[in-house]
Design a protein around this ligand. Structure first.
Ligand SMILES: Nc1nc2c(c(=O)[nH]1)N[C@H]1C(S)=C(S)[C@@H](COP(=O)(O)O)O[C@H]1N2
Ligand SMILES: [Mo]
Length: 427
């Protein structure tokens, strides 16, 4: 049977199933300590002294820079070899299914490079500002670190995130379908502060941001956005940027597609129109159904995904379970997230927990009781503008299937009776 046919069949079988509202009514007296019921009795892990209790552990001189426990060795960025021709011009993915809260650990942020990671000595890094300015300037890293700084938490999403899913369910894991996103606390200087130093001319309309990597990647950003909330950041999660993320300096363009967040930034040219160069062909263009393309699609619309359960994180036990996921919007904050377990007929509001910040990932949960029924799990985000995340069907009606970019459609996971979970599409 083809995958498509089997998905249809599963959907038919599923129609009589209960809603999450029904499923979430916890059976009276049911314990959370259900997994331990299968342990031998008496349980040596309770009655015997273990090695880690018997021997001295590593001293404070063993790990000058800490790493995760060896038992977490599967929690890593992963790539999909067949997606791109070379690892230097490629992408890897954040393991969303294995993370919690809203901040992405620095070593697990997805990477997207056009010409690999530039290795730059900060003492030799320069940021130049030229074009329509009163005084062209060159900043060293030391200069930038003497300017007033700010701390902000933002998501960065590549416009190609979920791009492989436009024509149908393809990659089996939220790491691969949604993992081109990370969420970090940035420390740096407002771009406005840097621009004010140079003094921008009245006819300035666009900035060209240029990277110091071998791609010399550049993108054009309208001046209104640049003066509003953009930053030049030198730190992430409290320490220097990682080389992968643009060390020693990157642009932060909140809520807008990742492509604009130029890494290893070395030059800002102020102009009166968008920059037209060969390099800007690396710009992302949305192809529409009729063959035309959308010119500038900068903002990342509201989106969400259930990270647990998902194909890499199946359900292991009946009874009490935690469904969890992430929601975000480039237009503001997340107001509400609804979750369905019957493929979008019935919805229940999820519990949002942790900080709810503009243009940041937001964490949601549903604490529910699973009786082993098959489920079609979906989540739907609503942002502070009232925008509601569309279904993939709705999205395709407007945008066709020729796009790669800006796919913010609702994701469906089929959870089978044995807990295994698959990427499927309804309809
Ligand atoms: N200089 C430079 N900046 C760059 C890129 C690049 O290849 N070179 N890739 C862009 C793209 S397409 C994305 S999605 C983001 C990815 O940021 P990350 O690697 O921190 O995840 O960086 C952007 N900035
Ligand atoms: Mo990107």
């Amino acid at each position: 049977m083809s995958d498509e046919a089997s998905n249809k069949l599963n959907r038919r079988k599923f129609l009589g199933a209960a809603t999450l509202a029904g499923a979430s009514a916890l059976a009276a007296g049911q314990s959370f300590a259900q997994a331990s019921k299968d342990a031998p009795k008496p349980d040596p892990l309770i009655t015997e002294v273990q090695d880690w209790q018997r021997y001295l552990g590593d001293g404070v001189d063993k790990h000058p820079y800490g790493m995760p426990s060896k038992f977490e060795k599967n929690v890593i960025r992963r790539d999909v070899a067949w997606l791109t021709a070379s690892a230097e011009s490629s992408v890897n993915f954040t393991p969303l299914h294995a993370l919690d809260g809203i901040i992405t650990p620095s070593g697990l942020c997805f990477e997207r490079h056009h010409s690999g990671i530039a290795e730059i000595d900060p003492a030799q890094h320069r940021l130049m500002i030229n074009g329509l300015v009163d005084k062209p300037l060159v900043f060293t890293m030391d200069d930038i670190k003497r300017m007033p700084r700010v701390n902000k938490i933002y998501f960065l999403e590549c416009a190609a995130n979920s791009g492989m899913e436009w024509r149908g369910a393809q990659l089996n894991g939220c790491q691969f379908t949604h993992g081109m996103v990370h969420n970090l606390m940035y420390t740096g200087v407002m771009l406005k502060t840097v621009l004010d130093e140079a003094g921008i001319k009245p006819n300035a309309k666009w900035l060209m941001l240029e990277g110091g990597d071998a791609a010399a990647m550049n993108r054009s950003v309208p001046i209104e956005k640049a003066l509003d909330d953009c930053m030049i950041a030198f730190a992430m999660n409290g320490e220097a940027l990682r080389p992968e993320q643009g060390y020693p300096l990157r642009a932060v363009i909140p809520g807008w597609e990742g492509n604009l967040w130029v890494k290893w930034i070395r030059r800002i040219e102020v102009g009166d129109q968008p920059w037209q160069t060969r390099e800007e062909t690396s710009k992302y263009t949305d192809l529409l159904a009729d063959g035309r393309s959308r010119k500038h699609t900068f903002i990342m619309d509201a989106k969400s995904v259930v990270t647990n359960p998902s194909p890499q994180a199946p359900l292991k036990f009946k009874g009490r379970n935690v469904l969890s996921g992430l929601a975000w919007s480039g237009r503001g904050s997340i107001k509400r997230v609804d979750v369905s377990i019957d493929g979008g007929r019935n919805w229940q509001s999820a519990r949002i927990d942790g900080p709810v910040i503009d243009k940041s990932l937001t964490r949601f949960y549903v604490d529910f009781d699973w009786n082993g029924q098959e489920m079609m799990v979906q989540s739907r985000a609503m942002d502070s503008t009232g925008y509601v995340q569309p279904s993939k069907e709705e999205l395709r009606k407007v945008r066709g299937v020729n796009s790669i970019y800006h796919n913010n459609g609702i994701q469906t996971w089929l959870v089978r009776a044995n807990g295994e979970t698959e990427n499927v599409e309804i309809g």
